[in-house]
Ligand binder design. Structure first.
Ligand code: NDP
Length: 292
C-alpha cells in the first residue's frame, strides 16, 4: 500500500486562514495591526525570492510588512543599528533577518541584537536556550521546525513515546526539530555526517525528519514500514526532461519511500509552505505579546 501524502499546502492554507481571521479580529477590536520587518543583506537571489514570498504572505493576511535592503558590504554596526531601530519601532512586532548573511558579518551577534519579543524566526540564543530547557518556554519557535512538527502531528497527533529520528543537526532545522520532538515526549535520535550505519539508525524511526540537504538520500530500504516521513530538504537537481532543465527534490527518495512509509511529505508542497505559514503565526504572536 502506498503512503498517505501529507498535503503541506492545504495544512499551511488552514494556518494562514486562521492567522488572517485573527488579524482582522484584532484590528476590528482596535488593537495594533501586526507588522513584520524583513532585513535582507546583499543580493543572494534565493534570499530575495524568500523575502518577497514572506512579504506577499503578509499582504494577503493583513499583516503590515516593512522591507529593508542593505548592500552586501554593509558593516556589522550598520546591520545591528538597523535591528535596534526596529526593536524600538512600535509598528514592528517581528524582525526577520534573512539568513545566510554575507560571511564578513557575525550572524550570532546580529541574531542576539534582535529583541526576544520580536524574534519571529526563533533563532535568538535565549529563545533556543529556553526551547532546550525543561519547564521554560521560548517566546517563539523556529518556523520550519514548528511546521515540520505540525505536519507529523496531522498523522500522529500525540508523538509521546514515538521513536523519532532527525537527520541533520543544523541550528535552523535539525537541532530545533529535535528539541521540539523531545518536548513532545518522543524518544529522539539525532544523526549527522559522523553517524555510523545511518540506514540502520533511520530504520528505528516511527517518525523520521530529514534535513540534510542531500538529494534523494533516504532510500526505501532505510525506512520502517508505516513510518511517518517528513522531508525538509529542498535540493535542485538537473533534469533534462523538465521544461526548466532542473527540478526540486527532497532529501528522501520519494518514489521509493512512498511504497514503504505510512505517510510522507512531498517536495515541493510539503514542509516548504509551512515555513511561511508559521512565520505569519509568529508575527501575530509578536503583536499579541505587545498588547500585554
Ligand atoms: P545544513 O547544511 O546546515 O545541515 C545539514 C545537516 O545534515 C548537518 O547537520 C550535517 O551534519 C548533516 N549531513 C550532511 N550530510 C550528511 C550525510 N551524508 N549523512 C548524515 N548527515 C549529513 O542544512 P540545513 O539544516 O540548513 O538544511 C537542510 C535541508 O533543508 C536543505 O535541503 C535545505 O534547503 C532545507 N531547508 C528547507 C527549509 C524549508 O522551508 N522547507 C528551510 C530550511 C532548510 P554535520 O553537522 O555533521 O555537518
Amino acid at each position: 500500500m502506498t503512503a498517505q501524502i501529507i498535503d503541506g499546502k492545504a495544512v499551511a492554507a488552514n494556518v494562514r486562514a486562521e492567522v488572517g481571521k485573527a488579524v482582522a479580529e484584532r484590528v476590528a477590536a482596535g488593537k495594533s495591526r501586526p507588522g513584520l520587518a524583513t532585513v535582507l543583506v546583499g543580493d543572494d537571489p534565493a534570499s530575495h525570492v524568500y523575502v518577497s514570498s514572506k512579504r506577499k504572505a503578509c499582504a494577503e493576511l493583513g499583516i503590515e510588512s516593512f522591507g529593508f535592503e542593505l548592500p552586501a558590504d554593509a558593516t556589522q554596526d550598520k546591520v545591528e543599528g538597523l535591528v535596534s531601530e526596529l526593536n524600538a519601532d512600535p509598528r514592528v512586532h517581528g524582525i526577520l533577518v534573512q539568513l545566510p548573511l554575507p560571511s564578513h558579518l557575525d550572524e550570532e551577534k546580529v541574531l542576539r541584537a534582535i529583541s526576544i519579543e520580536k524574534d519571529v524566526d526563533g533563532f535568538h540564543p535565549i529563545n533556543i536556550g529556553r526551547l532546550a530547557q525543561k519547564g521554560r518556554d521560548p517566546l517563539f519557535v523556529p518556523c520550519t521546525p514548528a511546521g515540520s512538527l505540525v505536519l507529523a502531528q496531522t498523522v500522529i497527533p500525540k508523538l509521546e513515546g514515538c521513536n523519532a529520528v532527525v537527520l541533520g543537526r543544523s541550528n535552523i532545522v535539525g537541532m530545533p526539530v529535535a528539541l521540539l520532538l523531545v518536548r513532545a515526549n518522543a524518544t529522539v535520535t539525532i544523526c549527522h555526517s559522523r553517524t555510523k550505519d545511518l540506514p540502520s539508525v533511520v530504520r528505528q524511526a516511527d517518525v523520521l525528519i530529514a534535513a540534510v540537504g542531500r538529494p534523494n538520500m533516504v532510500k526505501g530500504s532505510w525506512v520502517k514500514p508505516g513510518a511517518v516521513v517528513i522531508d525538509v530538504g529542498i535540493n535542485r537537481i538537473e533534469d533534462p526532461t523538465h521544461p526548466k532543465g532542473s527540478r526540486l527534490v527532497g532529501d528522501v527518495d520519494f518514489e521509493e519511500v512512498k511504497e514503504v512509509a505510512g505517510a510522507i511529505t512531498p517536495v515541493p508542497g510539503g514542509v516548504g509552505p509551512m515555513t511561511i505559514a508559521m512565520l505569519m503565526q509568529n508575527t501575530l504572536r509578536g503583536a499579541e505579546l505587545s498588547d500585554k
